[in-house]
Design a protein around this ligand. Structure first.
Ligand code: FAQ
Length: 318
């Protein structure tokens, strides 16, 4: 058996036996590339995802709400950092990954290209967007690549807190004044369908799913996760007294799941191609953050270099 074949066999055995692939292990080039694609796009989603919520930090209706929102937005930054670090363990350079986002070569979640226009949107983002993120990411704690799987364990714990804080805002508004309830319903109307799109295209149109499932990068298909999310969320909407904006939504007694209406995939394609309501504004904000933070990176590099030089001098003097 050639050396390459033996490595391949060992890799396949590990996948088969649920043994994590670690950064120094041999892996097929396509496995590495697919992971960098998925993890970096996930990282970009976390970082771009800070923007619609950050929009409301200064206008949060109470100190308690402000503290929770601040903590949530900071958590998302942390998630982005763990995930960028995970791509670095695969040989990607952070500068290149970030440039890919800024130059439109990399995608990020469709959902963050919609505006957050009222306070109720912050509740609905936590409830639905973090809810969908958890639904998708719990399976990723069992992904075959070690650093990604370990990052996902912590991320999921934090996302659960985010989902709770969002649903609490929604409940509060839905049980509040008629105006507040109307705001909550309006936010649900606008975020429902884009949230369902977060799970990606239908399995039959998903170009990466088959291989990603075989390599256990993904552990469940897009449609299965979407269905589970709908089945969990419908009773939550009912409990809040809100209506899911889908006239075709109904319980299917035979299958034990909810049937739901047609998703507008042309809207999804349009948004992920860069033509959603907020795409340009989101990338502009990320580019500005990079430019405005240049002095911090320079100062940190200068400090690090000075520290290294001192350590070297000390070592050669000893
Ligand atoms: N948006 O073949 P598939 C969050 C692209 S984190 C944009 O099915 P795959 C936290 C896909 O990249 C949310 N593009 O792809 C938070 C591919 O294009 P490519 C992000 C999408 O990878 C909450 C093409 O379509 N979560 O919300 C989307 O097997 C609140 C074909 O699709 C993750 O990234 C989409 N929704 O399955 C932060 C989780 N869906 O790359 C702040 C990890 C698909 O060939 C506030 N990622 N595309 O050019 C995954 O699990 C997978 O990547 C999927 C897509 C399931 C998203």
């Amino acid at each position: 058996m050639s050396k390459e074949k033996a490595f391949e066999q060992e890799f396949e055995n590990k996948i088969e036996n649920e043994i994590k692939i670690e950064p120094r292990d041999w892996m097929p080039e396509k496995y590495r590339e697919n992971l960098i694609r998925q993890i970096s796009q996930h990282a970009h989603s976390e970082v771009v995802g800070m923007l619609p919520e950050a929009n409301w930090i200064t206008r949060a209706p109470s100190l308690r709400r402000k503290v929770a929102l601040l903590a949530k937005v900071q958590d998302e930054a942390g998630h982005g950092l763990y995930l960028y670090s995970a791509t670095e363990t695969l040989g990607a350079r952070r500068e290149d990954t970030v440039d890919d986002l800024h130059e439109g070569r990399a995608k990020y979640s469709n959902i963050f290209n919609y505006p957050s226009v009222t306070w109720a949107d912050i509740g609905v983002i936590g409830w639905l967007v973090d809810g969908a993120a958890i639904q998708n990411q719990v399976m990723l704690t069992r992904t075959s690549y070690g650093p990604y799987s370990r990052a996902m364990v912590r991320i999921c714990k934090e996302e659960s807190f985010h989902q709770r804080q969002g649903y609490e805002i929604v409940l509060h508004m839905a049980k509040g004044t008629p105006e507040q309830k109307e705001m909550a319903q309006d936010a649900l109307n606008r975020w429902w369908w884009p949230s369902l799109m977060m799970f990606g295209p239908s399995d039959k149109d998903s170009k990466h799913s088959q291989q990603s499932l075989a390599w256990k990068i993904k552990r469940q298909g897009n449609d299965e996760l979407r269905q589970e999310f709908i089945d969990k969320t419908v009773p939550q909407a009912k409990y809040a007294g809100l209506t899911i904006p889908d006239p075709d939504l109904k319980w299917n007694e035979e299958k034990g799941v909810h049937d739901f209406g047609e998703i507008d995939w042309s809207e999804f394609m349009n948004v992920i191609k860069g033509n959603g309501p907020m795409n340009r504004s989101r990338i502009k904000a990320r580019k500005a953050a990079k430019e405005n933070g240049a002095w911090v990176r320079e100062a940190a590099t200068a400090y690090h270099e000075k520290k290294m030089k001192r350590a070297q001098q000390k070592q050669s003097a000893a």
